[in-house]
Unconditional design. Structure first.
Length: 287
């Protein structure tokens, strides 16, 4: 037995072994994917990731084992036997092509229910926020609290009324343990609204108002940012999601923000938009 052949065979055999072992260890310690705090939608998306990973993993290991087998059984350079030359096998080529196509068709149909839930079946509820991306910040507009109705006012997402809403920069507040509905758009170039720990990613396109829904089961503060290269200040488009413990806690925060805006001396602030027009809008600083 050629010891050089044995060395290379063992080296190539270590690739699938190390690959499977590293994935298993990362999954065991929670390092394979970012933490998932989404119970309704995030778990379904992670399930699709796992299915695709298992399919690719099985074929990865199988391909590597075939490579090791070919190396181990190949004839040595000093062998007296004649080498076998193979010019292709049409049956095998058609077979593995159809098998690859069948796997792609399976994935395409298998993901339809999840895709429908996260992208098509919009929840029937009022919008919680309107998010406008621009170079290089996120403007998040919320409805004011209505004391008479004892609830938030309705947020017009097509053209938010300045007197009916207020704005925070780079901070999105949502309640925990329920579906949140926001609308995302862009003022200038294409951005991408991305919350890794809630499995949310949606392009913000100028001229389009895109509904996005998600949930967070665990209260806390999480990061969201732009996942689309949008210019030299792209790195500055980092913001945070504040998940309140419940709808009641979120409503208390909304009521406090409204009262602070209505306090004497606050009023309306004057600013200029990107087009140079002067507009009046309420601004509350994130605290």
């Amino acid at each position: 037995m050629n010891w050089q052949k044995i060395f290379w065979t063992i080296l190539f055999l270590s690739v699938p072994i190390f690959g499977v072992a590293s994935f298993w260890v990362c999954d065991m310690y929670g390092a394979l994917w970012p933490e998932n705090v989404s119970e309704i939608y995030g778990r379904k998306i992670d399930h699709l990731f796992d299915v695709i990973m298992w399919i690719t993993g099985i074929f990865f290991v199988g391909t590597e084992l075939l490579l090791v087998y070919a190396m181990l059984t190949s004839k040595d350079a000093d062998s007296s036997e004649k080498a076998d030359f193979v010019h292709g096998n049409r049956t095998m080529e058609i077979g593995w092509t159809l098998m690859a196509a069948a796997i792609l068709v399976f994935i395409a149909f298998y993901q339809i229910p999840t895709w429908s839930q996260v992208k098509i079946e919009k929840p029937k509820k009022p919008a919680d926020a309107h998010i406008t991306a621009s170079m290089w910040m996120w403007q998040v507009r919320y409805p004011l609290w209505d004391d008479k109705a004892n609830g938030p006012r309705k947020l017009d997402v097509t053209q938010p009324a300045l007197a009916e809403s207020f704005e925070l920069m780079n901070e999105l507040h949502v309640p925990a343990k329920e579906t949140v509905l926001v609308y995302v758009t862009s003022r200038d170039v294409i951005h991408s609204f991305y919350i890794p720990k809630m499995r949310v990613k949606q392009d913000a396109v100028p001229g389009l108002l895109v509904p996005v829904w998600f949930d967070a089961a665990k209260p806390g503060r999480y990061e969201f940012y732009c996942a689309e290269l949008c210019g030299p200040g792209h790195y500055m488009m980092r913001a945070r999601v504040v998940v309140h413990e419940s709808r009641e806690a979120y409503n208390r925060w909304l009521r406090d923000q409204t009262q602070r805006l209505r306090a004497p001396g606050r009023g309306l602030e004057i600013a200029s938009d990107n087009a140079g027009d002067t507009v009046a809008h309420s601004v509350a600083q994130a605290r």
